[in-house]
Design a protein around this ligand. Structure first.
Ligand SMILES: [Zn+2]
Length: 280
């Protein structure tokens, strides 16, 4: 209890400090924290949610959200404090990315409170940046209709197509990897002996994506366009993988093995992606 109050006082102090800054404004830059008992998607900018739970319990909540929520959300998990701090400001619904009349992907976004993330990075030795990728959404359905329509696929393959499309939610997006590299570089500049990690929770499992030791040196001080280009390169490697037959996606095992292949393609000497499917 003490720890919780102390922590809230700290976040409160940060918010206070901020609102006393040179730029005077009616509303503080960051909203006050509010203790809640479970991790939920919160699209209000009046407060941020703080949850006291260990990592395993928190991931259990996130798995539920990945299955049922219509919007993304993000948090920082502090292992030493066993606290989850919401860092997602506003979530935007999914959108299909179409290029030359072809679906090249779909993305959803959650905009983070960068000030809160930065302060958490400054104040903590170990932190894990978490966000969810939702499994079922209107746009995934739209995407499926689009593919079915374009390929004149029979209804009997709908499940396979749905699994094929959703399998990508198990992986960090190109933007996620880019942000992770930029965050990690900023974090290690602040705290070279600290530990930062990024994880995405989907309906399939937990996927961790980090810079390797070599990657820390490689990306050190690089600008965002460089990281963007690097990430694009990784993604084109993944896109170059030969798609298995649709039948593969008729089972969870088949879909999981495809996710393992994709994850492998997104890893190299500088970036490591590891995928942990749910045990059941
Ligand atoms: Zn993401």
């Amino acid at each position: 209890m003490h720890r919780r109050l102390l922590y809230l006082a700290m976040v409160g102090a940060m918010v206070f400090q901020n609102s006393q800054g040179i730029i005077r404004q009616d509303k503080p830059l960051e909203p006050p924290p509010r203790i809640v008992s479970n991790l939920v998607v919160n699209n209000s900018t009046d407060y941020i949610n703080v949850v006291e739970k260990n990592e395993e319990e928190g991931v259990r909540d996130l798995r539920q959200l990945a299955e049922n929520s219509q919007l993304e959300e993000s948090w920082v998990y502090l292992p030493l404090e066993t606290l989850w701090v919401e860092i997602g400001k506003t979530s935007f619904p999914l959108e299909i990315i179409v290029k030359n009349k072809e679906i090249i992907g779909y993305q959803e976004r959650v905009e983070n409170y960068t000030g809160i993330v930065f302060k958490l990075m400054q104040a903590h030795w170990t932190l894990v940046h978490y966000h969810i990728h939702i499994k079922k959404s209107g746009v995934v359905k739209e995407g499926i209709d689009y593919i079915v329509d374009g390929l004149k696929i029979s209804d009997s393959s709908l499940l396979e197509i749905e699994n094929l499309v959703s399998s990508a939610t198990a992986l960090p997006s190109a933007l996620d990897i880019r942000n992770m590299v930029v965050h990690s570089d900023a974090y290690y500049t602040l705290n070279s002996r600290g530990q930062i990690s990024h994880k995405v929770v989907s309906g399939y499992g937990v996927t961790e994506y980090t810079v390797t030791e070599e990657g820390r040196r490689f990306f050190s001080g690089r600008d965002v366009p460089f990281v963007d280009k690097y990430t694009e390169g990784l993604y084109s490697k993944a896109e170059g993988l030969k798609l298995p037959s649709l039948r593969t996606f008729g089972s969870l095992e088949g879909t999981i093995s495809w996710i393992h292949q994709l994850k492998g393609a997104l890893s190299d000497e500088n970036i490591q992606v590891t995928f942990h499917p749910y045990a059941k």
